[in-house]
Design a protein around this ligand. Structure first.
Ligand SMILES: Cc1cc2nc3c(=O)[nH]c(=O)nc-3n(C[C@H](O)[C@H](O)[C@H](O)COP(=O)(O)OP(=O)(O)OC[C@H]3O[C@@H](n4cnc5c(N)ncnc54)[C@H](O)[C@@H]3O)c2cc1C
Length: 237
């Protein structure tokens, strides 16, 4: 196994129950996947915590109580640590180990996985639970590397206190993470500047740069329908 997020944790449990000899390699120092890496202020799940839980164990579901409907990152990480420890999965996991290469030996029918710390592992089957969102996208615009202030990425938030109180903070990005972060820290910042690189228009149709609310759009469509009907079936009117 590669990766110890939601997917990797469950896979280790499941494969071990099937009697397989499992080892999970994880680049981070602990389990959690995105919930380990995205430790930024304000991070929380956007579907109900109860739905964002494992369903493979009745006992686990009964003994874990989410404190909030949409749980914050620390609680989700605590849950994943709890699941890992409760089912004693750590003994099948190796942390701080990033897989850097894989080769397949046709004669031996074996994969060899090489890692960043120089160790190599062999396995007949490899399951990649490396997730779609665990590799942060580094900005590539000029000057980014010359910035002299403190620089953080929500997807690689440090696991120690970051004191933003009273500071000028620029936030790039208005996706879920950007919105959660701003909403969570805005009240105690000196000033927050948010260059809107990609305006949020998830539910607002954009007609030639003009935002039209869905209600207005529906009214326009109804009006056009009536005009067309009038010309095709004038007797209706
Ligand atoms: C901020 C945020 C909020 C989210 N909220 C929700 C939500 O509310 N509801 C929802 O359904 N989904 C949400 N998601 C989506 C989330 O990605 C999935 O729900 C789920 O947690 C992904 O789990 P995973 O195990 O597939 O992958 P990940 O959690 O991404 O785990 C992959 C792991 O693989 C490791 N890894 C990667 N490459 C290597 C390598 N080469 N060697 C060793 N280890 C490696 C990584 O370090 C990571 O720990 C959210 C994602 C983010 C980033």
């Amino acid at each position: 196994m590669v990766g110890a997020g939601f997917g990797g944790i469950y896979a280790v449990h499941r494969f071990r129950k099937q009697g397989l000899d499992v080892l999970c390699l994880e680049a981070a120092p602990d389990v959690g996947g995105v919930w380990y890496h995205n430790a930024y202020p304000g991070a929380r799940c956007d579907l109900l915590s109860i739905d964002y839980s494992f369903s493979f164990s009745e006992e686990l579901q009964r003994e874990w109580n989410w404190s909030q409907r949409y749980s914050p990152q620390p609680e989700i990480l605590a849950y994943l640590r709890h699941v890992t420890d409760r089912f004693d999965l750590r003994r099948n996991m190796v942390f701080d180990t990033r897989v850097t290469g894989m080769t397949y030996d046709d004669d031996l029918n074996l994969w060899t996985l090489t890692t960043n710390n120089g160790k190599a592992y062999t396995a007949r089957y490899v399951v990649l639970a490396t997730g779609p969102l665990s590799a942060p996208k580094e900005p590539d615009f000029p000057g980014y590397r010359d910035f002299k202030g403190e620089l953080y990425h929500t997807g690689q938030w440090p696991h120690h206190d970051v004191d933003l109180a009273g500071k000028r903070v620029g936030v790039l990005g208005t996706g879920s993470s950007g919105i959660q972060f701003v909403a969570s820290v805005a009240e105690f910042l000196y000033r927050i500047t948010e260059p809107v690189l990609a305006p949020i228009r998830s539910f607002m149709p954009n007609l030639g740069g003009l935002d039209i609310s869905p209600i207005i759009l529906i009214l326009i469509i109804m009006f056009i329908q009536r005009v067309i009907t009038y010309y095709i079936y004038p007797s209706v009117f």
